[in-house]
Design a protein around this ligand. Structure first.
Ligand code: DQQ
Length: 534
């Protein structure tokens, strides 16, 4: 189907056709990264959910494999929903996943590879004793799903797993213990709960090192370790996380800062991004985050196109030891193997109100590093400006203030009838302090009607001595934008109709009225990834 084929991405993972949502059970086994995903084999809309399966040696080039699991038992006949992998000490792989039963009850099931010595893990066995967990008393039968990777307790024999739920509008994560993954015991109390956050989907719970940048296996705990708790909020479809401390005796996680708590504090991504999940890569000692990037066009158009959704480029996650409040997300370094033909732009002066074309040819597949130096005297002498600025309620790239916006226009056609600004905007408080916002503006991204045209963003901490930096991965209909080394991230799904293939261009812009900016960039073209059937 040639219909809107230019919207397909070239180096993000997506199935050849039909619907995809959450990543499931990512793991590394015998030289291969395995990605499973929520997949409808019959249509480009959600339904009939199976586990699609693909493998890669580098998280960028993928081979599609046959479906790993399909709804064929009473306990998952309405869908093989999201789950996670746990790798036991003896190398055994166990998969826990949610099944939607014949009676539409959410239960947890166990599956394992039929043949552990198969690097491709083609065949999966569902445990005959399924389900292994059913909604406990007091928990709604539709409020019990998405088991995490299990972690081993201090006794070296008891595993714990946490499962998202809610009571009324309080989102929470229940904790179960098991020794064998067939019998589970619900513990009193919860790992954590936050009122007003609704159902927690796809909870993720993992340790990060505060002393080095190595990833940690999920069971690691002790000095120099914090734990990230992440919930995907069903009520607003965003992934929220917070840093805290885990007490394995009490099975309690306590946030470092209750004001930055899960569900009310930071998001992994301030754009279109949901149902993410991490795994530990023992080969390269890193923790990798996978996330689902849904469509923001209409269901009717997706049916015409015959496909829907992509996965983000997998990101490493590490503790941000500078701010101590957030994690840093960064595209896995393997994506750099797609780069070719770089161009550098050095210290381009952007006067207030200027637009500078970056002449690089087609700008549909790019990896961009850009940095911006704001004129220091102008910044210092500027009086209070835009104290209450908020990307999402602003006029985006077109709204001119004293100290912003400035940044890049991606997916722009030559007449500028379509463009997507990704930019910084500095606000200055009465205290003389500058607050930097990082935003992505879809409002003029497409001439097509009925596509999402939101303005996304967040404040981003900029520490003394840091320049303003952004990295953008541009891929036909998506731009993943990372500010300050991954302290804040925004993914925009855009649907250009004119800024496509050779007609897509790139610009620097400075729409600030009161400050000039010196911009530099290094820009690579990106090859397409090889993503095909095995
Ligand atoms: N998607 C799955 C559920 C999960 C939701 C169903 C999150 O298990 O809660 O496809 O997107």
């Amino acid at each position: 189907n040639a219909m809107l084929s230019w919207q397909r991405t070239a180096y993000h993972f997506q199935p050849e056709k039909n619907w995809m949502n959450d990543p499931d059970g990512p793991l590394y086994h015998m030289g291969w990264y395995h990605l499973f995903y929520q997949y409808n084999p019959d249509s480009a809309v959600w339904g009939n959910i199976t586990w699609g399966h693909a493998v890669s040696t580098d998280l960028i080039h993928w081979l599609y494999l046959p479906l790993a699991m399909v709804p064929d038992q009473w306990y998952d006949i309405n869908g093989v929903w999201t789950g996670s992998a746990t790798i036991l000490g003896n190398g055994q792989i166990v998969m826990l996943y949610t099944g939607d039963t014949v009676d539409l009850v959410q239960v947890q099931n166990l599956a394992y590879p039929a043949n552990l010595s198969d690097p491709l893990l083609l065949d999966w066995v569902k445990y005959p004793g399924n389900p292994v967990m059913v909604p406990p008393p007091g928990i709604g039968k539709k409020d019990f799903r998405d088991p995490t990777t299990a972690w081993l307790g201090p006794d070296g024999a008891t595993w714990s797993v946490t499962i998202g739920s809610k009571i009324n509008k309080t989102g929470m994560s229940l904790v179960y213990e098991t020794k064998d993954f067939t019998e589970f015991r619900l513990l009193n109390g919860v790992l954590h709960e936050v009122p007003g956050t609704g159902m927690w989907e796809c909870v993720d719970f993992y340790p990060v090192s505060t002393v080095d940048s190595n990833g940690l296996d999920t069971s690691a705990n002790g000095p120099g370790i914090k734990h990230v708790l992440k919930a995907s909020r069903d009520d607003n479809k965003h992934d929220y996380y917070a840093l805290g401390t885990y007490d394995p005796e009490k099975h309690k996680w306590t946030p470092d800062n209750p004001e930055l708590d899960v569900g009310i504090g930071f998001r992994y991504d301030y754009g279109k991004y949901y149902a993410s999940k991490t795994f530990y890569d023992p080969e390269r000692k890193r923790r990798i985050l996978c996330g689902w990037i849904g469509e923001t066009d209409s269901e009717a158009v997706n049916l015409l196109k015959g496909w829907a959704s992509v996965q983000s480029i997998p990101r490493t996650v590490v503790y941000d030891y500078k701010t101590k409040t957030s994690v840093l997300q960064w595209p896995v370094e393997e994506v750099e193997s797609l780069r070719y033909g770089s161009t550098e732009f050095d210290k381009i002066k952007l006067e207030p109100g200027s637009l500078v074309p970056l002449d690089i040819g087609s700008a549909t597949q790019l990896d961009i590093f850009a940095s911006f130096e704001v004129d220091k005297d102008a910044l210092a002498s500027a009086v209070e400006a835009d104290v209450g600025y908020n990307c999402t309620t602003s006029r985006g790239g077109a709204g001119r203030g004293a100290l912003g916006p400035f940044g890049l226009l991606v997916f722009a056609d030559k007449s500028l009838s379509e463009l997507t600004p990704v930019y910084f905007y500095i606000a200055k408080g009465t205290d003389g302090k500058a607050h930097t916002h990082f935003c992505s503006d879809e409002s003029r991204s497409s001439l097509a009607p009925d596509v999402g045209k939101l303005i996304y963003g967040s404040t981003v901490p900029v520490l003394d001595g840091e320049s303003l930096k952004m990295r953008l991965l541009v891929d036909h209909s998506i731009v993943e934008s990372f500010a300050q080394g991954g302290r804040r991230v925004i993914t925009s799904r855009v649907y250009p109709t004119k800024a496509i293939y050779g007609d897509a261009r790139l610009f620097f812009f400075n729409n600030a009225t009161g400050v000039s900016v010196t911009a530099s960039a290094k820009i690579w073209h990106m090859k397409s990834a090889d993503i095909r059937p095995f």
